[in-house]
Design a binder for this molecule. Structure first.
Ligand SMILES: Nc1ncnc2c1ncn2[C@@H]1O[C@H](COP(=O)(O)OP(=O)(O)OP(=O)(O)O)[C@@H](O)[C@H]1O
Length: 337
């Protein structure tokens, strides 16, 4: 597997490449998407984020040719998308949208089995795949496979939407505000589930949202679009929070960037604490994968002076904050493109 935080070394690392891709709709006075260059690596989770009308959805839908570009070229796994048969192209690209788009008179199993059916899989293979996918998205097949979409909650329908998009095991998934219409608590859970799922399936995901917090939480890299589809910054969440490219990005990410960065940084990201250790004060233990914010919260609640990270390093509160704000060298080079 390629290191997602290193620059793409060669074309073999790139799954989706946009080369000067633009779109002008008929009778429109300006481009909905101005010539755009972007490379998305194999297994990378990229989030397109930006204000309404800046061209995120249009960009996404050009990748599976639901919208035909007016200019430029899109390469998927090195092949020109324009040369592919559009139906075949779309079967190889999972697509999840906010409205879910489940077919109301079909059962959940039939909805999920739609694309495998088109690909000519036999019934037994489809049934096994449907059950496997329901398990994968956390729905008990016994309970859900025979239900109809309206007998499911919004969050459950969205899980089925993800299962359906994964049915034929496509290497690429496009997700257009999939959690936009879901209540905040369910949305939070679906985001967490999607991250865990991605750990296991490692698809190349392009995800559209206008919610910067969702983008920061989900993306390996985030493409921040400004008005007129200008790509203001394309980088890792940590880098964007630490080094916004311009005033637009700064105002789009909003307040408390440094604090929010602590919610993304893991203890294992911190360089070793400098200076001598003081023996005084109580100590809390922490796991390397815990975020700095979570550990800090525990230390403050316990009135602890030090934290000991399993496997070695120990920090005082001050050392930990210093490492979190000055440990930039660890992240330099990430996301360079
Ligand atoms: N079919 C169409 N015909 C004409 N103009 C369109 C069409 N679809 C989109 N546009 C225009 O293209 C621009 C980009 O739209 P797009 O839907 O890609 O933006 P977006 O960033 O996804 O916005 P939102 O967050 O509101 O969904 C907008 O100005 C929109 O009005």
């Amino acid at each position: 597997m390629s290191d997602l935080h290193a620059p793409a070394r060669d074309d073999a690392d790139v799954m989706i490449r946009l080369e000067g891709v633009s779109k002008r709709f008929p009778h429109a006075g300006a481009d909905a998407v101005r010539p755009l260059d972007m490379s998305i690596r194999r297994g990378e989770f990229v989030v397109l984020v930006g204000p309404s009308g800046c061209g995120k959805t249009t960009t996404l839908r050009m990748i599976n040719r639901l919208i035909e570009p007016s200019g430029g070229r899109i390469l998927i796994d090195g092949k020109d998308a324009a040369a592919a048969d559009p139906d075949q192209l779309r079967r190889g690209i999972g697509y999840v949208i906010q409205q879910v788009g489940l077919i109301p008179h079909m059962t959940i199993a039939q909805n999920i089995g739609l694309v495998p059916g088109m690909l000519g899989w036999d019934r037994t293979r489809i049934a096994a795949r449907v059950d496997e996918l329901l398990h994968l998205v956390g729905l008990d097949p016994e309970e859900y496979r025979r239900r109809y979409p309206k007998q499911l909650s919004g969050g459950q329908q969205q899980r089925v939407g993800v299962a359906r998009a994964l049915a034929a095991d496509p290497p690429v998934m496009l997700m257009d505000e999939p959690f936009g219409a879901i209540d905040p608590i369910t949305r939070d859970r679906l985001q967490e589930e999607l991250l865990q799922l991605q750990q296991r399936i490692r698809k190349t995901i392009v995800f559209v949202t206008h919610d910067i917090d969702e983008a920061l939480r989900l993306g390996d890299r985030i493409a921040i679009f400004a008005e007129g589809s200008r790509l203001a910054q394309f980088d890792t969440p940590l880098e964007i929070l630490a080094n916004p490219a311009d005033d637009f990005v700064r105002s789009f990410i909003g307040e408390r960037a440094a604090i929010r960065r602590l919610s993304l940084l893991r203890m294992s990201d911190l360089p070793a604490a400098p200076g001598p250790e003081s023996a005084a004060g109580s100590v809390v233990p922490a796991a390397p994968e815990e975020t700095v914010a979570a550990v800090l919260d525990r230390m403050l609640a316990a009135g602890a002076e030090r934290v000991e990270v399993a496997g070695g390093t120990s920090f005082s509160v001050q050392q930990m904050l210093f490492a979190a704000t000055h440990g930039r060298q660890l992240h330099d080079g990430r996301g360079a493109q």
